[in-house]
Write a protein that binds this ligand. Structure first.
Ligand code: NAP
Ligand code: MG
Length: 509
């Protein structure tokens, strides 16, 4: 029997979540809610307790096939294909309304399935998804082509213009750290451009995406425009990456799996975009206010349990204020309230799974073995209720005395573990900050406007935040240099990934 109680709440949202969890979930193919063809399922767990929330279908290649066929039919269906741009935009806007109307329920479901604090789920996962659909709702009517002033041979008159057409069936594979918003980062631009989608959520966190699927239908999207296949990455995910009739795959996840997806795409040469890992430097200049920086630096790493691709995981503080900043970061780490995500008082929840907790704990051990000193954290947090004894908790952790070559400095940990280093020479700092295979993001803290822009220019990363961290917006492009990915999400740039440009030549002579 699944334990599906949302603890301590009689709220409307909690009742809705309990209702959602009360029966095994099915997945969405061609407008119908169906089990896997194999009949297999797996359990979705509550990371705060380790208990079963409900089961979801373990979709496989036959299910992906069915979903692709449904998406192909929907792509050619006049009910979708012939919508005017304004009608398509209106549908996206309606979906934004529905997400907003059901925000508390979606946030609670996300908090329970992923472990994150419900306030974070409400503001980031759900709130950002609403903003995404609102922003992309405006795009269908603005996907303009150009009239090109070409130079044909003498005596010939030619009209040449471009049209941006949808690519076809889009495969979307997303991770567990921001389940709903990562799904929406793919869905919103794909749908705005007129594509149809086969989406695979991460096995740990399928639930909010399945609830979103119900809202997609309610918003009026025709059957088969959005299909959701739950399942294991190496099975359902791989089947999407391999599929010969998927025109484009959009992937967010680890760099290692990103490479697998890129290789698989060579079969039918589907287009690929990848949002991958990071090991982002967060750089503090000597003039910065230590208290202000400490808050920013702690938020940059501990937000979402550190399970953030852009996490500010390498903190470089100028030696002049290193001691003050570190002392303040440690104090802040100690003050973070760790608990179950469903408790509104919680500031940091459990990690998403036992596997992820063990992986991060392995990095903590390796950091100590390689000579690092734990300034705070390193193990299970104190003071948790015994109800959470089986939860996947890890205290906010800060390493000092780290060296550039250590694994904890070089590799992505994807957990609440910060490595702190001091610096003196700016050129050496920039060289070290850039000496990583990743290039996703960076932070710079200073009031010196020249130094801020100098360093922002020198860092090889897709995003640089100055005196802030982790700000994103649907209008601003997001993505990685180097092995942090291919292409950009959001903003006008993402639409190029979901459209083909057609050049039409008309002989007027
Ligand atoms: P992951 O293992 O790469 O998984 C990501 C997705 O890929 C999941 O849905 C996974 O399925 C699926 N997958 C696994 N193997 C696959 C395969 N062979 N073929 C196709 N799909 C496959 O990453 P994760 O553990 O979920 O997330 C952590 C990593 O994601 C970190 O490295 C982090 O930096 C990165 N990330 C990057 C961004 C970004 O925007 N750059 C954002 C979030 C996370 P299952 O897990 O369901 O089996
Ligand atoms: Mg779960």
């Amino acid at each position: 029997m699944p334990n599906n109680a949302v603890p301590n709440s009689t709220s409307h949202a909690a009742e809705r979540v309990r209702g959602f969890l009360a029966s095994p979930r099915t997945m969405l193919i061609g407008g119908r809610w169906v089990p896997a063809a194999s009949g297999e399922t797996f359990e979705s767990l509550d990371p705060a307790t380790g208990r079963v929330l409900t089961t979801v279908p373990a979709g496989g290649a036959p299910d992906v096939d069915r979903a692709v066929a449904a998406a192909e039919r929907a792509f050619d269906d006049p009910a979708w294909r012939d919508l005017t741009p304004l009608e398509r935009g209106r549908m996206l806007d309606r979906l934004a309304d529905l997400i907003e109307e059901n925000a508390d329920e979606l946030a609670l479901l996300e908090a329970q399935d992923n472990g994150k604090p419900v306030a974070v789920a409400r503001m980031v996962d759900v709130g950002a998804s609403v903003k995404l659909f609102r922003y992309f709702a405006g795009w269908p009517s603005k996907l303009e082509g150009s009239t090109i002033p070409v130079s044909p041979r003498a005596g010939m008159r030619v009209l040449n213009y471009t049209v941006h057409e949808p690519v076809g069936v889009v495969g979307a594979i997303v991770p567990w750290n921001f389940p709903m918003s990562m799904a929406c980062w793919k869905l919103a631009p794909a749908l705005a451009a007129g594509n149809t989608v086969v989406l695979k959520p991460a096995e740990e966190t399928s639930l909010s995406t399945l609830r979103l699927g119900e809202l997609v239908a309610e918003a009026g999207f025709p059957d088969g425009v959005v299909n959701i296949v739950t399942g294991y990455g190496r099975v359902a995910g791989q089947a999407i990456a391999d599929h010969g009739r998927i025109a484009k795959v959009a992937f967010t996840g680890s760099t290692e799996v990103g490479r697998t997806v890129a290789r698989a795409a060579t079969g039918n040469l589907k287009k690929v975009t990848l949002e991958l890992g990071g090991k982002s430097p967060n750089i503090v200049l000597p003039d910065a206010d230590p208290e202000l920086v400490a808050r920013g630096a702690a938020d940059a790493i501990f937000f979402n349990q550190g399970q953030v691709c852009t996490a500010g995981s390498r903190l470089y503080v100028h030696e002049k204020i290193y001691d003050d900043v570190l002392a303040a970061v440690v104090e802040r780490a100690k003050s973070i309230v760790v608990g179950p995500g469903t408790d509104p008082a919680t500031q940091m929840g459990p990690l998403v799974s036992a596997r992820q907790r063990d992986r991060v704990a392995g990095y903590v051990r390796s950091g100590t073995e390689e000579g690092g000193r734990i300034a705070v954290g390193g193990g299970r947090p104190d003071g948790l209720d015994s109800a959470y004894d089986d939860g996947y908790f890890l205290a906010p952790t800060v390493f000092e005395d780290t060296d550039h070559g250590m694994r904890v400095v070089q590799e992505e940990i994807f957990g609440p573990v910060l490595v702190a280093m001091n610096w003196r020479d700016e050129d050496d700092l920039v060289a070290k900050a850039n000496d990583t295979p990743y290039g996703l993001s960076a932070g710079v803290w200073t009031n010196d406007v020249r130094a801020a822009h100098r360093i922002a220019g020198a860092i090889k990363a897709g995003t640089v935040w100055v005196n802030c961290y982790n700000l994103t917006d649907p209008a601003s492009p997001f993505g990685g240099f180097k092995q942090s990915g291919w292409g950009r999400e959001m903003g006008r740039e993402v639409l190029g990934n979901y459209t083909e440009t057609k050049s039409v030549w008309v002989n007027l002579t």
